[in-house]
Ligand binder design. Sequence first.
Ligand code: PLP
Length: 378
Amino acid sequence: MSRVPLLDLQAQYAPLREALLRAITRVCDTQRFILGPEIEGLERELAALVGVEHAVAVSSGTDALLLALMTLGIGAGDEVVTSAFSFFATAGTIVRLGARPVFVDIDPLTFNLDPVETERAVGPRTRAIIPVHLFGLSADIERIVETGNRAGVPVVEDAAQAIGATCGQKPVGGFGTLGCFSFYPTKNLGAFGDAGLLTSNDPSLAKRAQLLRVHGMDGPYRHTAVGGNFRMDALQAAVLRVKAPHLAAWTTARRMNASRYARLFREADLTDQVILPIEPTGRRHVYNQFVIRVSGRDGLKRRLDERGIGCEIYYPVPLHLQECLSFLGHREGDFPASERASREVLALPMFPELTIDQQRRVIQSCASYLRQRTRLAA
Ligand SMILES: *Cc1c(COP(=O)(O)O)cnc(C)c1O
């Protein structure tokens, strides 16, 4: 049986190749690589796509988070409430600024911040809340923003995996004080390298972020703040401007693939062994990853690996148990839902061009393992 990749970037590249090469050539011919019209054009187009007033193109999703926290003036002695179950950057950027991540456990059904626990974690030192729209599903963002508003604490959305996801018709990235996106090649809108975006409806914060993006330089070699180099390359902006108009169609295709997976798992009678991703009412999942939960996950992963079915564990170690964060003093058992997710999650092949034939092969391989396991247990 032929392999099924976790992600097939070639399938997306092939039909856009000419347009992408033209866009790259356009930048090369101008020899304008830093800021300039490509960046401004992309910022306008993505602000419209996300439904926000301001968008600031930056060097990566990680730098969008770092810049967001710097824009809010977060530093030593401050606390930032966030999820114990996310990609490392969500917590790493907090620590890099000398602030302390205060972790909150996830809702096991959505993998996103538990809103009740979030409320409880906010204290007098809290300077921001970072909900993560994990795997492409909006967190319970309205409640989290309410919590932030009540406490007078800004919300920074980590929307790295969720461009185009909505909650009550409104796209993520526009709920909080600031929104952070990544265009890492595996994200739903992927650049040809690293790139990211910061969004806001607050003009003064957007201006502050633009300043900090260029080392806080307010006039030629006059620095009014200590920022960094957080600029996106014009070449990446040109690539993203070709791809962005296709995002809606790609998202529709991802959603169709997700509902096909659900149907195929049901038809194969595997839904008593596998927990499928859910989509709470009013929230539109964009399936950056299609993540199932299964007990005995490692055995299933080995079987899929043997059969050439791409799959990955996002994330095998929750943030509170990461070695470099041991100074926070957490122990196993502190965030049980996150720990359990780390043991049970498995991402299956997901990309817009995935065919039903490929999906059938994924299901067959899952079934071969899960049915054998059931027989052995019987
Ligand atoms: C990808 C990702 C980031 C970081 O984005 P980069 O562009 O890789 O720096 C941050 N948070 C989450 C949840 C991500 O998935």
